[in-house]
Design a protein around this ligand. Structure first.
Ligand code: Q9C
Ligand code: ZN
Length: 334
């Protein structure tokens, strides 16, 4: 299977995140990508597709914030990485504010996703990696892997969050539509609900979003991913959320995934995008499911058995010592 990664994706390395009331070392470390790369035996460089496919999903003001935010933060005399600390909750008017502090709140979901001077370039190449994986699948490969890092599924059209800046799965889904695919499905099997992906396609009938994740009653991102969220307008019925209780093992996860695949089959996609997080692994330091390394091959075989051309985009997974083996196990099933 073709695999894509650009070394420029490593340059993004925020120092700290706000976690459970204190600043801890940023969990989404460059070493994650290095561990995966070593385990899969390297990857090809993506082609540069430019910014059009990114702008097709993300808001122009938000992209400008990603590019210029760090310099504006420094110009305001702030040390460290850009981190929002005030958010415009729903009752506030949309204001055209220019202050970097206001922009950091306007364009972010949480305080665990710092923006650094290297972030834009790394996220840009993460998006190019998924676009190159899509190229391979559109050219006839049955599956391709994009080592996306930073990850993508928590990023919305106009906000960062959950270690994500550009929504790689959404960028690939939209690019597939623009390349002529009539219907695209996204299967999100990261431990966390992909709130950004859900938001982006919430009112769309041409992109189906199915997610299996820890119940947002107990887990991040709390405000998205509940079972009664099914889409609205033209998108009514094209979002499927299957939350599972903490402690879920292969039997529970596989049953939910089969239900998701059955729903996707009824939708009838031309192409599937898998948002894959290895944070469902039993030893993940910030997550609480109980999948074993070998289970990823089982889950991947179930997906591959449906026969849809498949782009796999890397999302989370924070147990660096097991990350390479977990990704290798998943790819073995395709
Ligand atoms: N104390 C991904 O897996 N941190 N993002 C939650 C809880 C955010 C994970 C803090 C977790 C985001 C791509
Ligand atoms: Zn996750």
């Amino acid at each position: 299977m073709k695999r894509f990664f650009d070394p420029r994706q490593l340059a993004h390395a925020p120092l700290k995140e706000l976690h459970n009331g204190g600043f801890t070392d940023f969990a989404e470390k460059p070493m994650r990508a290095e561990a995966i790369l070593a385990a899969i035996g390297g990857a090809d460089l993506p082609a540069d597709h430019g910014e059009a496919a990114i702008s097709a999903v993300h808001d122009a003001g938000y992209l400008d914030f990603l590019k210029t935010g760090p310099a504006r933060w420094a110009a305001a005399g702030r040390p460290g990485d850009v981190i929002g600390y005030i958010w415009p909750i729903a009752r506030r008017r949309p204001l055209k504010l220019d202050r970097i502090d206001a922009l950091a709140g306007r364009y972010s979901l949480d305080a665990s996703t710092p923006l650094t001077a290297e972030t834009w370039d790394a996220a840009y190449w993460s998006a190019q990696s998924v676009l190159s994986a899509l190229d391979a699948v559109l050219a006839g490969d049955h599956a391709a892997f994009a080592l996306c890092r930073p990850p993508g599924h928590h990023a919305g059209a106009d906000y960062l969050g959950g270690y994500c800046y550009l929504n790689t799965a959404a960028i690939a889904a939209q690019a597939a539509r623009d390349a002529g695919a009539k219907r695209v499905a996204i299967l999100d099997i990261d431990y966390h609900h992909g709130n950004g992906t859900q938001d982006i396609f919430w009112t769309r009938s041409d992109v189906f979003y199915a997610s299996i994740h820890a119940d947002p009653a107990t887990d991040y991102p709390f405000f998205w991913g509940h079972a009664d969220e099914t889409g609205e307008g033209h998108g009514a019925g094209t979002t499927l959320n299957l939350p599972l209780a903490q402690g879920a093992d292969l039997a529970a996860f596989r049953a939910a995934q089969t239900a998701a695949l059955d729903a996707i089959a009824r939708f009838g996609p031309d192409l599937l995008i898998v948002s894959f997080g290895a944070d469902t692994w039993e030893g993940d330091p910030i997550s609480f499911f109980r999948l074993a390394t070998a289970d990823y091959t089982t889950l991947a075989r179930d997906i591959a058995g449906r026969g849809w051309p498949t782009v796999i985009a890397m999302e989370g997974g924070y147990a660096i010592e097991a990350l390479g083996a977990n990704v290798t196990s998943l790819l073995a099933g395709f």
